[in-house]
Design a binder for this molecule. Structure first.
Ligand code: FVH
Length: 344
């Protein structure tokens, strides 16, 4: 165990939280999870030493793919005393890691043969298959943890490929950037072989907090893409808000003091939308969809008049109008989730 406590938690029975937990109150009032992460220097974290007493600590690990992310993964393993074998299509990318103690494999086959745990992190699933197809039989009986990003269907298809070849497969999604790897703030999502995850969880937790979603290897990417979509739509909303304010001749930063408080308030409403979706009840808490549809029309007209793109509010308006047309005008915002799913 590391210096910070590692705890196994549970989220409504949906997934197992295998991550590092320290005290922090979630700011969403409807979220009772006490889970948080204290920022600390990555170096301090990864150099704080191996997980003493952990039987997996000295087990060799192979890392395939040494882009920015694969390099960060390999560095973290080395800093925690794992013997690490690395392979990359462009071999020179292993130079710095070799100086830090990694072994450069001359071939993918040699890399796979070096360790029971093989971690792959390349550009996409097409690249992954091109690297691993020729060594499928060499992987038989080993554990493959694939941290390449793709679609949930690609992850499931990769898992079927692994099963055909007798490979114990875990798919993972990294919801962090390379400098965060090795810090508890970094969150990695896993799904697939529970046996393999349990066997190697203490090693995988060196990269950051770990959540295991069960046997479906596609679920980590479902959640990863849900979180990324949320982030980009918040970016989009903020960028369009700045465009509207600056089109009125104001400084962009004039928005910030208002936007901060506004976003915090908006955050407090979101958990209830999910609860309403699960219960199938969408009460109006003072802002019916019929009223909001009218408001969205004003938003569209104001943006068009200011020369700011209005696609996003026009889309929201169309969802609200459809809800009204289907007889849900008196419902609250969460009713739109049904409409979004129907649009497919
Ligand atoms: N970096 C990030 O911020 C994100 C964080 C979230 C997760 N992503 C995903 O991680 C995968 C790898 O990302 P990366 O940052 O390491 O990407 P690059 O630095 O561009 O390195 C790409 C590696 O993939 C190798 N590669 C590409 N094509 C092939 C191929 N046809 N055959 C074999 N290897 C290939 C490449 O090799 P080389 O160009 O150095 O020879 C790099 O090792 C990715 O899925 C992200 O979405 C990162």
């Amino acid at each position: 165990m590391r210096d910070a406590a590692r705890a196994e938690g549970d989220d409504g029975g949906h997934y197992r939280d295998r991550g590092t937990q320290v005290s922090h109150q979630c700011r969403l009032p409807a979220c009772s999870v006490v889970e948080g992460l204290i920022p600390r220097d990555r170096r301090e974290w990864i150099e704080s030493g191996p997980a003493h007493g952990d039987p997996m600590t000295n087990n060799p690990v192979t890392v395939i793919g040494l882009g920015a992310m694969g390099t960060a993964l390999a560095e973290t393993l080395l800093a925690n005393d794992h013997p690490v074998t690395v392979w990359n299509r462009s071999p020179e990318k292993a130079d710095a890691l070799v100086e830090k103690g990694a072994t450069r494999a001359d071939s993918v086959a040699a890399a796979v043969a070096a360790s029971e745990l093989v971690i792959a992190c390349v550009l996409d699933y097409a690249a992954l298959r091109s690297v691993l197809d020729p060594v499928a039989e060499k992987l038989r009986g080993r554990v493959l943890v694939n941290l390449t990003t793709g679609t949930p269907e690609q992850a499931r298809s990769m898992a079927s490929w692994a099963t055909e070849h007798g490979i114990d497969y875990v798919d993972g999604a990294i919801t962090a950037i390379p400098p965060m790897i090795g810090l508890p703030e970094s969150l990695l999502l896993y799904g697939g072989s529970e046996r393999a995850f349990d066997q190697w969880s203490s090693t995988l937790e060196l990269f950051g907090s770990a959540k295991f979603f069960g046997a479906d290897p596609g679920l980590p990417l479902v959640y990863d893409l849900a979180l990324l979509g949320l982030m980009y739509e918040v970016f989009s909303g903020y960028l369009h808000a700045v465009a509207l304010v600056t089109a009125a001749g104001q400084d962009a930063v004039s928005l910030n003091p208002l936007a901060g408080g506004w976003l915090n308030a908006v955050l407090t409403w979101l958990p209830e939308f999910a609860e309403n979706t699960d219960s199938g009840h969408h009460p109006d808490t003072g802002s019916s969809l019929a009223m909001q549809a009218r408001g969205m029309r004003h938003m569209v007209e104001a943006r068009v008049a200011a020369g700011v793109n209005a696609d996003a509010p026009a889309y929201m308006e169309s969802l609200m109008e459809q809800a009204v047309a289907e007889g849900h005008g008196a419902d609250g915002t969460s009713r739109l989730i049904d409409i979004i799913r129907k649009r497919g």
